[in-house]
Write a protein that binds this ligand. Structure first.
Ligand code: NI
Ligand code: MN
Length: 228
């Protein structure tokens, strides 16, 4: 599984001949090093919740690439009304795709979509547990620290992407506690320094997880790839 960090909470994943993009906030994302035009063709778009810094360019990308959006029921309903193909799921559900399994996990946050018609209820926010080619990736979405994360320890996660920016999501201290709940092989901080309101010190997070639980922390620059 190859993973490219595209800034904020955006990940591109390539595995078994399939390309996925998670929370494709490209236009207006000050950290994203590519434009929508430069984004290669994707097969699936995973959307954790309705906020604009996550649903982002989903409609444009999904229509352009005839991609399937995997998200919660309400977001899928909204996207279907815009002519997008979807696979609705919900927390606890695990679905096999040709590239592997996707399971939706709880996230403690809000979820609404703001468009020309106003504010639309977008169901519960989620995280993603993606299992492909013998590897497991966890993308927490936007969330505070939750005890539910303790359940993820049993999953033997290879790489966990956790928000650390505070204010709307976990701060560094809580993200360190979340890492101790999940105990992934590797952890990557996301959702920080995009704007001043979510400023955070990734080195402090890295020092915390390395010193207290010896988990490897990768601080990725937008555009950087890793392989797990
Ligand atoms: Ni959000
Ligand atoms: Mn967010």
């Amino acid at each position: 599984m190859r993973i490219q960090y595209l800034g904020h909470s955006v990940l591109m994943v390539e595995t078994l001949g399939t390309r996925l993009i998670l929370d494709p906030f490209i236009k207006g994302n000050p950290q994203c090093p590519i434009s929508v035009d430069e984004l290669p063709k994707v097969n699936y778009v995973l959307v954790s919740h309705g906020h604009s810094d996550h649903i982002g360019d989903t409609i444009e990308i999904a229509k352009r690439d005839d991609a399937v959006v995997i998200s919660n029921f309400e977001i899928c309903n909204y996207l279907e009304s815009k002519g997008v193909k979807t696979r609705p799921m919900y927390i606890g559900g695990k679905v096999p795709f040709e590239f592997g399994n996707v399971k939706l996990t709880p996230a403690f946050h809000g979820s609404s979509i703001s468009d020309d018609s106003g504010t639309i209820y977008a169901g519960m926010p989620v995280g993603f547990l993606l299992e492909s080619n013998g590897k497991k990736l966890y993308h927490a979405g936007d969330t505070g620290l939750t005890v539910e994360m303790q359940l993820l320890k049993d999953e033997s996660i290879d790489v966990a992407f956790l928000p650390i920016g505070g204010n709307f999501v976990m701060d560094v201290a809580d993200a360190i506690r979340a890492t101790s709940f999940i105990m992934p092989k590797k952890v990557v901080p996301i959702h920080y320094n995009t704007w001043d309101i979510i400023k955070a010190d990734a080195n402090k997070f890295s020092d915390g997880v390395v010193k207290s639980m010896n988990v490897e922390c990768l601080i990725l620059k937008p555009g950087e790839w890793i392989e797990v």
